[in-house]
Design a protein around this ligand. Sequence first.
Ligand code: PEP
Ligand code: MG
Length: 582
Amino acid sequence: MAKERILKGIAVSKGISRGTVFVYETKEIQVFQTSIPGIYLEREIERFLGALEKTKQELNSIKERINAEIGSDFAQFLDAQVLMLRDREIIATVKKRIKEEEKNAEYIYHDVLDEYAKKLCASKDQYLRERVADIWDVGNRVLRNLLGLTHSSVVDVPKDSVLVAHDISPSEAALINPDNVLGIAIEGGGSTSHTAITARALEIPAVVGIENLMAKIGNGEKVILDGNRGILIKSPTPGRIQFYKGETKREIEYQKMLSPYCELPAKTRDGRQLDISANIEFFVEYVHAKKYGAMGIGLFRTEFLYLTRRGNPSEEEQFRVYNELAKKMKPDPVIIRTYDLGGDKIFSDYHEANPFLGWRAVRVCLQDLNFFKIQLRAILRASVNRNIRIMYPMISTYEEIKKANAVFAQVKQDLTKEKVDFDDHIQVGIMVETPSAALISSHLASQVDFFSIGSNDLTQYVLAVDRGNERVSHLFDHFHPAVLRLIKQVIDAGHKAHIWVGICGELAAVPLAIPLLIGFGVDELSMSPVAIPKAKMVLRALTVPECEEIAKEALKFRGAPEVRKYLSRMISKKFPSIEGIK
Ligand code: PEP
Ligand code: MG
């Protein structure tokens, strides 16, 4: 029997799957050179143009399918690919060279694309370099059509497969059929890669960044993919299979037990209503938000609109997404966070020594007002639905809010002049996620309609611990008294100024934190959709006075371990037998 082997990667989509490996290889297409007699050159050019047209039709029908099944923002990258097909320079060069060199279309086209891709590879601009995959994605489609080959596509993956690939192109990722693909394991990629985003949206467990994966695994092998721990287990032992069977069964039973909570109101035992909303990265996730019982979108991380297409999204493209989301969620509110890329997440040549302390989010927007205004216009136009709210990330000074609000007022004026309708009473809020914003929140509160506490960044900045660095992850703790005191301070400052205060960092979904946050008086908890039923279950078992008591006590401790121990004791009194509640 083959020896069990554990391959480690990065967990990007939760869940466990057991299946058979389907190795997806994008095979190199073999292109041969042949001479074409002069009288047939026009026909050769027609053949080339016909292949382009056929490819365009294929891409359009894929786009229609994706639009219908998962949502229009998913399909945007296909527009970029259709544009590549229409690239006049490439078409003109191919036509010219076929005539001059009297060679076959596939040979010339392959050569032209190769030169083009090499130029992009040599570019200093990382974004352009990353477009090479798109070029070959489209180019190979055209070549297959020229050569009369069938398309090898992820659509062909058989049932009960764990899809293994070096990488998957954006158009392929969007074609994955969740009925057949139980899990995804990828050699390359990071947590914001197209594959990771798609896997999460389709709720398929996925692990990326597994070193040398393709050399270590073969077609037909039996594997277990653990998307919670970020591992792929090759030839699992009977003991391991048994363990995961148990874990899957427990997970199913647990989800079954939780499912009634999707429908139940988010009310404490003594009747205090809280807003529980969803954090989403992608338009399509509104489906999950509704399924798990969210009362709105508390955080739409719009940066994924910028990460999934060529160049920045236009006003029109953004408007379509915001408008569609607002319509789908109506009458529930949708909080759109403005651009939060920068530092480590931006596609640019601009390297910084400390990206998290650098040119990021609202700082970028306030330096490039034209860029900022495009997004503000799109959000305002979509606000005709009367359920949109806007939120600025990474605010660290009072002046930043004043400036952002002034730009917003200017955009409103422009739209009024243009006779474009929008919600003049749109709520404007900020994320409180820097220590400076938290400390001066009483001043900031006068300028906004709400606060949403970003506990991920707040913890990172308060504790001086990089949230993505494994070496210091033991120091990253939301329950550090310094973080908790600041959260309490922000909630108090908001309430004193009569504005509502929510929390949209990961802490909002931690069951241990829920009594504490209710005790602090938080109005809204926003979290990933799947966490909502558990959060409702916890808060429905609590009363406000007992939460206030717990919060008061918790603030007396000196360190996170003591806080956690105390909260664990408190919560296990309520849920003595429920596993995984912590
Ligand atoms: C946060 O910082 O807590 C937050 C919700 O924003 P992000 O995780 O997108 O930085
Ligand atoms: Mg943040």
